[in-house]
Design a protein around this ligand. Structure first.
Ligand SMILES: [Zn+2]
Length: 144
């Protein structure tokens, strides 16, 4: 019913990767949670304990660890891929190849679905994202 837990939400905004979860909650407590059998889990009820992010999770936005910024490697919806395509382009264009954008390229690059409409220089354009690691090369050269 539920897949493997790959991270935990500690509240509605913040998630922790497994290593940071262990550091924050203590290894024995964390391992009891991580080893939980989710087969009988009733689903989210409240924040009395961290909530698992499962490996088969699909979201509209990427998730990063609140502590170490590691990408939580779950799938994205089409809206999510459009979001990161725009984020990659904005990041590249601003010369901001920070660790977040670099992680998106490294992980989601292999899954990018093809043509996505993005905003470049204020205009909507379709770009082919299948070579997401080469997105920079797809962009128009710097405006004059
Ligand atoms: Zn972390």
């Amino acid at each position: 019913m539920y897949g493997q837990a790959i991270a935990y939400h500690i509240d509605c905004d913040d998630a922790l990767c497994i290593p940071c979860f262990r550091a924050a909650y203590g290894v024995s407590h964390a391992d009891a949670v991580v080893g939980r059998d989710y087969g009988s889990w009733p689903g989210f009820e409240d924040w009395s304990e961290p909530v698992a992010i499962f490996e088969d999770t699909t979201r509209d936005t990427p998730t990063h660890c609140h502590e170490c910024r590691a990408l939580i490697e779950h799938d994205l919806t089409d809206e999510g891929y459009a979001y990161i395509a725009q984020g990659m382009i904005d990041g590249f264009r601003e010369g901001r190849q920070d660790d977040v954008v670099a992680q998106w390229v490294a992980y989601f690059g292999q899954y990018m679905p093809g043509e996505i409409e993005v905003t470049i220089n204020g205009a909507r354009e379709d770009i082919d994202t299948r070579q997401a690691t080469d997105l920079y090369a797809l962009l128009p050269k710097e405006d004059a």
